[in-house]
Design a protein around this ligand. Structure first.
Ligand code: B12
Ligand code: SF4
Length: 493
C-alpha cells in the first residue's frame, strides 16, 4: 500500500461570519468521520476562524493531498473558489473534493469547473472513504456511489446510494478547537448545534428538502438523542441548538424524550424547531414537560400572513395555526421565534401587508415572541419552485462562478417590476427596525435603531411606505460602517 494521503478539509467563510454566528463545521466533521475512524489523519481548517489559513495550507499541502471543501449555495462558493485557486496554485496535483448542499444539487455543473476534481453527493462519508482508499491503492473509482469524477476530459456522475442518515456516527469533535465556537442565537449565548435527524414530513415548494433529502425523513431514536446530548455537553454549552429540518414533530416522541432526559437527570437548555400546526396540536402538558427539561425557544417558519401565499407555497398551514401556536407558547414561557418571507412570485402588495399585520399581531399577543425581519424570497436551487422558475422569468445560473454571487441579499425578482422590487426591499428593511433584536454589530446603530423604532412601527401599522428616505440613509450608514469593520452590520437588510 502507498503512503497514506494527506487529507485536509477547509470550511469556507459564508459571508455571515463573526464570532457570534460561527458554528462548528459539522458538515466536515460528519463527512470526515469514517476516514478518521479508519485511521487516516484529517486536518480541518476553518477559514472563518483561521486568518492564517493560506500559510497553514501552504505548509501542509503536497501532491499526495486531498483537499475537502464543504459548501452550500451562494457566498460560500465564492470563498470555496478562493481556497481552491490558492491550493491549486501551490500544487496543481492536489485533489480537490467538493461536498455539501451545492455540489449535491449540481454535481455536473460543479465538476465543469476546471479546478474541481471530484464531487461527492449527499452524506458521502462512505464514498469519501472509498475514494481516498482507492486512489491510495490505485484501485478503480468508477463504481463509488455518489461520486462525480473526470476521466479523459469527460465527466462521470455515479448515482448516490439511497439517502442515509447515520444515526450512530461518532463525531470526531477533537478535530476542531471547540473553544473557537461560541455562537449566539438571538439572546441565547454559547450555543452548540447538534443534528439528530434529516429530512422533513412536509413538502413546501420553496424548501431544499424535496431535492436534497429526497423527501426522506430519518430520525435518531430518543436514546440516540440522549447519547448525542451527552457527547455535546462535555463542551459545556449554555444552550444546545437542534439543527434538524424538523425537530419537534410528534407529541408521543416529545413526551418520551422528556421522560428519558428526566430519568437520566440531564440538565440542558435547548432551542428546537417545529411547525405552527404541530405546536398548536401539542397539549399544554407536553409543552410544559418540554420546558421542564430545558426547552427555551422554538423556531417556526410563519412564512406569510396571507392564506393565498401559504397555499401557493404548499406550506400546508393555516394562518390561524400561527396565531394559535403563538398564544399557546405564551402560556408555557417557551419563546416562539417566527420567520417570514416576502416577495414570493404570486405575492401582491395586499399579501405583504397581511404578513406585516400578522407580525405586529404576534408581537402584541405575546411580547416575548421574537419576529425575524422579513427575508426576501430567493429562488434556491433544489426547491420545487426553482424547477419552474423560468416560467416567472428567473434566469438560472449555469456555472459555479455565477452561483458564487447568488445571495438573498441581492436576489433578483423578475416576476415583479423594478419599482415594486425596490419598494419591497425597503419595506422588508423597515421591519428590521420594528422587530430587531439588537443584532447589529454597532452600538451606535443599535442606539439609532431604538430611536427610530416607534416611527418604523407607526409606518408598519399604518402601511405608510411611499417615501422612506431614512431607510436609504440607514442603508448608506450600514455600507460605510461595514466597510470600516469589514462586516455587514445587519445580515437581514
Ligand atoms: C448552520 C447553517 C448555516 C450557517 C453556516 C453553515 C455552513 N455550512 O457554513 C449560517 C448560519 C451561516 C447559514 C447561513 C445561511 N444559510 Co444555512 N443552514 C445551516 C443549517 C441549519 C445546518 C447546516 C449543518 O451544519 N448541517 C449539518 C451537516 C452535518 O449537514 P451538511 O452540511 O448537509 O453535511 C452533510 C452532507 O452535505 C455532506 N457534506 C457536507 N460537506 C461535505 C464536504 C465533503 C468533502 C463531503 C464528501 C461531504 C460533505 O456530509 C455531511 C454528512 O451528513 C442548514 C440546514 C440543515 N439542517 O442542514 C442550513 C442551510 C445549509 N442553509 C441554507 C441557507 C439557504 C442559508 C442562508 C441563505 C440563509 C437562510 N435563509 O437560511 C444563509 C447563507 C449565507 C450567505 N451569505 O449567503 C440552506 C442551503 C440550501 C442550499 N442550496 O445550499 C440550508 C440547507 C437550509 C434550508 N432549509 O434551506 N446557514
Ligand atoms: S420549510 Fe420546513 S416544514 Fe416545509 S418542507 Fe422545509 S423543513 Fe419541512
Amino acid at each position: 500500500m502507498n503512503d497514506k494521503p494527506q487529507i485536509i478539509a477547509v470550511h469556507p467563510k459564508t459571508g455571515w461570519d463573526d464570532k457570534k454566528t460561527i458554528g462548528i463545521p459539522l458538515g466536515l466533521l460528519y463527512a470526515g468521520s469514517l476516514i478518521h475512524k479508519e485511521g487516516y489523519k484529517i486536518i480541518i481548517i476553518d477559514q472563518r476562524t483561521e486568518s492564517k489559513w493560506k500559510e497553514i495550507l501552504k505548509k501542509l499541502l503536497n501532491e499526495n493531498s486531498f483537499l475537502l471543501i464543504s459548501t452550500m449555495t451562494g457566498t460560500q462558493i465564492k470563498h470555496s473558489l478562493e481556497i481552491i485557486k490558492y491550493a491549486k496554485s501551490i500544487n496543481p496535483k492536489i485533489k480537490i473534493v467538493l461536498g455539501g448542499n451545492h455540489p449535491t444539487l449540481f454535481p455536473k455543473q460543479t465538476l465543469e469547473h476546471e479546478l474541481v476534481d471530484f464531487v461527492i453527493q449527499g452524506d458521502g462519508e462512505e464514498a469519501l472513504l472509498e475514494l481516498v482508499k482507492n486512489i491510495q491503492t490505485k484501485k478503480d473509482i468508477s463504481k463509488i456511489k455518489g461520486l462525480g469524477y473526470k476521466k479523459c476530459n469527460k465527466i462521470f456522475i455515479n448515482k448516490p446510494e439511497s439517502f442515509e442518515f447515520r444515526r450512530n456516527i461518532k463525531i470526531p469533535y477533537q478535530l476542531v478547537n471547540m473553544n473557537n465556537y461560541s455562537q449566539t442565537y438571538f439572546q441565547f449565548e454559547k450555543v452548540l448545534p447538534i443534528l439528530v435527524g434529516k429530512g422533513c414530513l412536509f413538502n413546501c415548494n420553496f424548501c431544499y428538502n424535496s431535492a436534497f433529502t429526497k423527501e426522506f425523513f430519518r430520525k435518531c431514536s430518543n436514546k440516540q438523542i440522549v447519547l448525542k446530548i451527552k457527547e455535546i455537553i462535555r463542551f459545556k454549552p449554555k444552550n444546545i441548538l437542534f439543527i434538524d429540518d424538523l425537530f419537534l414533530y410528534s407529541k408521543k416522541k416529545a413526551d418520551e424524550l422528556c421522560d428519558l432526559i428526566k430519568e437520566q437527570q440531564i440538565k440542558i437548555s435547548f432551542i428546537a424547531n417545529s411547525r405552527a400546526d404541530i405546536i398548536s396540536r401539542f397539549s399544554i402538558e407536553t409543552l410544559k414537560k418540554l420546558t421542564s427539561i430545558g426547552l427555551k425557544a422554538v423556531y417556526i417558519g410563519g412564512e406569510s400572513g396571507s392564506q393565498k401565499i401559504l397555499d401557493s407555497m404548499k406550506k400546508n398551514l393555516k394562518v390561524e395555526d400561527i396565531i394559535n401556536c403563538n398564544k399557546k407558547l405564551k402560556q408555557t414561557n417557551i419563546i416562539p421565534i417566527f420567520s417570514f418571507i416576502g416577495g414570493f412570485p404570486e405575492e401582491t402588495y395586499r399579501d405583504l401587508i397581511k404578513t406585516i399585520d400578522l407580525m405586529i399581531k404576534l408581537k402584541k399577543d405575546n411580547p416575548n415572541t421574537i419576529i425575524q425581519t422579513i427575508k426576501m424570497f430567493t429562488m434556491f436551487p433544489g426547491t420545487k419552485i426553482y424547477n419552474q422558475s423560468s416560467q416567472v422569468g428567473f434566469k438560472k445560473p449555469t456555472r459555479l462562478e455565477e452561483w458564487a454571487d447568488f445571495n438573498y441579499q441581492n436576489t433578483k425578482m423578475p416576476w415583479f417590476s423594478k419599482q415594486y422590487s425596490r419598494k419591497l426591499k425597503k419595506i422588508t428593511r423597515l421591519t428590521w427596525f420594528v422587530f430587531n433584536t439588537n443584532q447589529s454589530r454597532s452600538k451606535i446603530l443599535n442606539f439609532l435603531c431604538k430611536l427610530y423604532k416607534p416611527i418604523a412601527l407607526f409606518r408598519c401599522k399604518h402601511h405608510l411606505y411611499s417615501f422612506m428616505p431614512e431607510i436609504t440613509l440607514f442603508q448608506i450608514l450600514n455600507e460605510i460602517i461595514s466597510k470600516k469593520i469589514n462586516i455587514k452590520l445587519f445580515y437581514e437588510v
